[in-house]
Design a protein around this ligand. Structure first.
Ligand SMILES: Cc1cc2nc3c(=O)[nH]c(=O)nc-3n(C[C@H](O)[C@H](O)[C@H](O)COP(=O)(O)OP(=O)(O)OC[C@H]3O[C@@H](n4cnc5c(N)ncnc54)[C@H](O)[C@@H]3O)c2cc1C
Length: 397
């Protein structure tokens, strides 16, 4: 047990919270994870984890578990959203194998969460309490009292891993800016048995159009095609409900109004029961330390929700988790306050770099000008390599 850190409480049992608990356990720090839900909801369907994230899971002992549930696509294809014409193709499997020390994986989110929960449950340094909702915090110089639906808990350190709509973040300051609303991601899955062989291939596909883009890839033990339809929105107003919302085929078809033949097939197979849409935001990480010297840290979406155009939100959360754990265990870094400060200093430039790449991808994916589109298509191979080198080769602390 690290000096002065007898009780660490993590709010939120999503990818950030669970990975933070496992990373802390890896350096000998005990923690309690409070998750408001009793069962999985809101997790979405598929997730892509790039080598900067899978490398960390390998470091904390999850290599075998991940290999069991993840698959590496052979190729990533960019297609025109109106004609299905191929714009570019990247041999992602061989490229990652040749250039990075960890795999690129596509996973079914519920399977990933279950794997992380299982790893937490067999580690005696972690206590996962489900069905406990955090309502407010009382912040003191050397402790935090966490008010929950089942009573108060005192902590030497509280880590907010409670997502975009974070209660921890709001309790710290009401003045946080939720950034600019960028549109919606409609997410669904379609069983591969309901689709022809064209969709059964082990590919990641990205269809580009000036108003939308669509990403598909197969995931899961009982394989389904994960489909994400991302549409721009002119709404300047941030929707009040920042969570997922039930959606309808009508609303989706209205936005994907001139789909290619393959996209048309997908739209026909979408089942309303499994169609949800998420509002998209991006807000930069703030310096928690400037708001007061409280024993408190934020990780993942609670700290810096990121647009999904580079597939890096969870990867950033995983990088946060290991960096926080290693900063806390590095006693040479001084007091708890200075270790937390160093954690923030190390993470903020990286998060901002990834957020810039995500925002730029948004512009590039949705180009409308025919000349710029030709330029993009011509340089796609080179740009993809350059961007992925910056994203995938990040070395955490
Ligand atoms: C369309 C889309 C596609 C994406 N694709 C990718 C991708 O391919 N790769 C990638 O790396 N990232 C991707 N992301 C981003 C990624 O999904 C998120 O960054 C990641 O899930 C954030 O995890 P988190 O644990 O920080 O937050 P969350 O997943 O929101 O988890 C927060 C947890 O805290 C709990 N909680 C909230 N409030 C409380 C409370 N008051 N008390 C107790 N518990 C609470 C919630 O129930 C939840 O379990 C995508 C995002 C979107 C929208």
């Amino acid at each position: 047990m690290i000096d002065g850190l007898q009780s660490v409480v993590i709010v939120g049992g999503g990818i950030s919270g669970l990975t933070t608990a496992l990373s802390l356990a890896n350096v000998g720090i005990h923690s309690v994870v409070l998750e408001r839900n009793l069962s999985e909801v809101d997790v979405g369907a598929g997730i892509q984890l790039s080598p900067n994230a899978t490398r960390i899971f390998h470091q904390i002992g999850l290599e075998r578990d991940l290999a069991e549930i993840g698959r590496t696509p052979s190729t990533m294809e960019w297609l025109d959203g109106e004609t299905d014409q191929r714009i570019a193709s990247f041999p992602i499997s061989s490229y990652v194998k040749a250039n990075f020390d960890a795999p690129y994986l596509q996973l079914y989110r519920p399977e990933l969460i279950r794997t992380l929960e299982r790893a937490c449950s067999i580690d005696e340094r972690i206590e996962l309490r489900k069905g406990v909702a955090v309502e407010a915090l009382r912040l003191h110089a050397d402790s935090v009292v966490i008010e929950t639906s089942t009573g108060d808990i005192r902590a030497d350190l509280c880590v907010g891993a409670d997502g975009t709509n974070s209660t921890v973040r709001r309790n710290l300051s009401n003045s946080f800016d939720y950034g600019r609303f960028a549109g919606f991601a409609y997410r669904t899955t379609i069983p591969l048995t309901q689709l022809n062989n064209e969709f059964a291939q082990n590919l990641t596909r990205l269809w580009l159009n000036s108003r939308f883009h669509v990403v598909t890839y197969p995931v899961g033990a009982e394989p389904v095609l994960n489909c994400v339809f991302v549409v721009e929105s002119d709404d300047a107003e941030i929707p009040e409900d920042m969570h997922r919302q039930k959606s309808s085929r009508k609303s989706l078809s209205k936005t994907i109004d001139s789909p290619s033949a393959l996209l048309g097939t997908l739209l026909e197979r979408v089942s309303e029961d499994s169609l949800f849409r998420w509002p998209l935001f991006q807000f930069p990480p703030v310096r928690v330390r400037q708001l007061g010297e409280y024993p408190l840290a934020l990780v993942g979406d609670a700290w810096h929700t990121t647009l999904p155009f580079a597939g890096q939100g969870a990867a950033l959360a995983i990088e946060d988790a290991i960096t926080l754990a290693r900063s806390l265990s590095e006693l040479r870094l001084g007091t708890l306050a200075s270790r937390l400060s160093i954690f923030e200093t190390m993470r903020i430039p990286r998060v901002c770099q990834v957020q810039r790449i995500s925002a730029r991808n948004r512009t590039v994916y949705h180009l409308g000008n025919p000349v710029l589109k030709r330029l993009r298509n011509w340089g796609a191979q080179f740009a993809y390599r350059r961007t992925t080198e910056r994203l995938f080769s990040y070395e955490n602390m």
